[in-house]
Design a protein around this ligand. Structure first.
Ligand SMILES: Cc1cc2nc3c(=O)[nH]c(=O)nc-3n(C[C@H](O)[C@H](O)[C@H](O)COP(=O)(O)O)c2cc1C
Length: 218
C-alpha cells in the first residue's frame, strides 16, 4: 500500500515507472541553495532529466527511515501522518510520457493517473499563470486531510498546511541546488485544478493545495 492507496494495477505495468535511486549523501551546498533560491516565472523550454526528477521527489518527501507505521520522510509531518500527496504534471521529462504521475513514496516510483500534457490546463486553472505551461514539469501537492484529522481533529488543517510548506520548501531548495527554478503557486481556482488532476471537486477527501513549477530559469 502507498499512503493507504491500493498499489498500481499489476495488469497495467506501463502505468508504473520505477525512479532511479536518489542521491542521499553529499550533493549541492545548503547555504548556496538558500542564498540563490528565488521565485522563477520565466522558464527555458528544456526537458528535465529523470534522475533530477527522482532527486526532487525524494527531496520533497522521500523515505529516510522505516521507523513507525508509515516510515519517516525528508520533511517533517505532524504525528508522522503525511497528509500531502505529490503528483507531477509532466510535460517534458526524459523517458516519461506526458501526463499526471503520482509519486509512490514507499517504492520511490511514479504511477500514471492521467495521460496527456496537462500543463496548459493547469495554467488556465491557476488564473492564467502561463509559466505553468512553459516549465517542463509542475509538482502538484494535494491534501488528504483525514490522515491527520483521524489523530488531531480540528487542529488537522493547520498541521497539514504546515506540512505542505515544509515539503514544498524542501523541493525549492533541492531545485535551487540543482540549478532549477521554482515558484510556489497558491493562487488558483480549486475546482478547476481538482478537475485537471482528475479529482472530484465536490469530494473533500482529496483537494489541491499547492502547485510548484520546476525548470531551468530563462
Ligand atoms: C503561500 C504562497 C503562495 C504563493 N502563490 C504565488 C502565486 O500564485 N503566483 C506567483 O507568481 N507567486 C506566488 N508565490 C511566490 C511569492 O510571490 C514569492 O515567494 C515572493 O514574492 C518572494 O519572492 P522569492 O520567492 O523570490 O523570495 C507564493 C508564495 C507563497 C509562500
Amino acid at each position: 500500500m502507498t499512503n493507504g492507496r491500493p498499489p498500481a494495477d499489476p495488469a497495467r505495468p506501463d502505468r508504473r515507472v520505477e525512479l532511479p535511486p536518489a542521491r542521499t549523501s553529499d550533493g549541492p551546498g545548503l547555504w548556496e541553495a538558500l542564498r540563490t533560491r528565488r521565485s522563477v516565472r520565466k522558464y527555458l523550454r528544456l526537458s528535465l532529466g529523470l534522475q533530477d526528477l527522482s532527486q526532487l521527489l525524494w527531496a520533497a518527501q522521500g523515505l529516510t527511515s522505516s521507523r513507525g507505521p508509515r516510515g519517516l520522510r525528508t520533511a517533517p509531518s505532524a504525528g508522522a501522518c503525511y497528509p500531502i500527496d505529490t503528483y507531477v504534471a509532466v510535460g517534458e521529462v526524459a523517458d516519461l510520457e506526458p501526463g499526471l504521475w503520482r509519486y509512490e513514496v514507499d517504492g520511490h516510483g511514479l504511477e500514471l493517473t492521467r495521460p496527456g500534457d496537462l500543463r496548459a490546463d493547469l495554467a488556465r486553472a491557476a488564473l492564467g499563470q502561463t509559466f505553468l505551461a512553459i516549465c517542463p514539469a509542475v509538482f502538484c501537492f494535494t491534501l488528504v486531510l483525514e490522515r491527520t484529522a483521524a489523530r488531531y481533529g480540528e487542529r488537522a488543517f493547520r498541521y497539514a498546511c504546515l506540512d505542505c510548506g515544509h515539503l514544498a520548501q524542501n523541493l525549492a531548495l533541492a531545485a535551487a541546488g540543482l540549478g532549477y527554478g521554482t515558484c510556489m503557486v497558491g493562487a488558483f481556482d480549486d475546482t478547476a485544478v481538482a478537475e485537471v488532476l482528475g479529482l472530484d471537486p465536490t469530494d473533500p477527501r482529496e483537494v489541491p493545495l499547492y502547485l510548484v513549477p520546476v525548470g531551468r530559469p530563462a
